[in-house]
Design a protein. Sequence first.
Length: 397
Amino acid sequence: MLIGMIDFTQLPRLLRDRWTVSKRDLAMLALTLQGKHPPPLIPLTQVAAGKLAVQPRSLRVQQVIRETPDAVTMVLSDPAGLPIPCLPGQFFTVLVPLQGQIERRAYSASSYVADGATLTLTCKRIAGGRVSTHLWEYAHPGMMLQVLGPSGHFTVTPQPGAQRRLVLIGGGSGITPLHHILQAVLSVEKESSITLLYGNRSRADIIFADSLAMLASQHPERLMLRHVLAMPDENFVASSGILDESTIDRELATLPKEDGSEQYYVCGPQGLMEAARAVLLRRGVTPLRIHEERFATPQLLSSELPTAPQTVEVEQRGRVQTIQVEPQETVLEAALREGMTLPFSCTMGGCGACKAKLVSGEVVLPEPNCLTAEERVAGQVLLCVAHPRRGSRVVLP
Ligand code: FES
């Protein structure tokens, strides 16, 4: 079913937007040729020597696509032509040197590339977001990016012959992993069907609008596309509202009756995530069928944080180093401050790269994070979000 459609009355506006972006790109290109812009990226090795146990991979930006006034897609490839494999739904951690520091941000691979020849990362500029603004302003063909990954368990492994019923619920840039999943499943699984419920502020904010409309027209029997806009546009078919509990409930109620096999994938702002979970649980969806991806680092309540510095022994390859962890610090932050070299990637509890075993003491971790129930029972913790409540000892694998 095609609900979002290309509206040719919007052509002048689209051309105007494209022209604005092209003018900026041309200006940037001119400055680049003069050696003035973008600011030179500092080689990672000069900034963070000795701090990275897992070395990032250098990828070259091949193409930059301005998706919306605030979102930009970078198409990346390996300079040596090596593939960049990842599962639909996974993310990469991008390392950006800014003012002498390595900033890390996780961006989902946003499009399906069957042979892994390229990787697309889509980044939405957010107010006050240093990395997103930097990438939005300076991403250009030829630029090198350092990335770690892929990571994450918010995935679907497409299998020919599978018959899935997927319901994807996304808001804003939360579409990025969902778009990848959508493309992959529709391409590989001829018997699977998908509903996408996608909320945005306005029509201009819809990332991948053309791609979604094209997929819906190519797969009218298997893709139900529903746009929800807070500021409706009379020339664009969409429900009106924001994806809160009542809107999500209303939209889900119009879908074909559930048969208990549906898998729900949710990605978007915090409010949307909470609303979707509440509605799904109320509708009787079991937690195991709800898959969630959060872009923000989960936070502990201040009442859950330790009130005094704690001593933590960190054992790695048979060597033990004792560190002091301040009340607001994570174990990983304190270890890096002390000069230790530890494995880590996303720094937000989403990838598992910093897993260690807690052998004594007590640490508290914010939820949600990527540990499985078995790993928790086995005493695994994530050092990037772990706060020690008392003297503890952790052992790295
Ligand atoms: S670095 Fe990704 S979970 Fe800790």
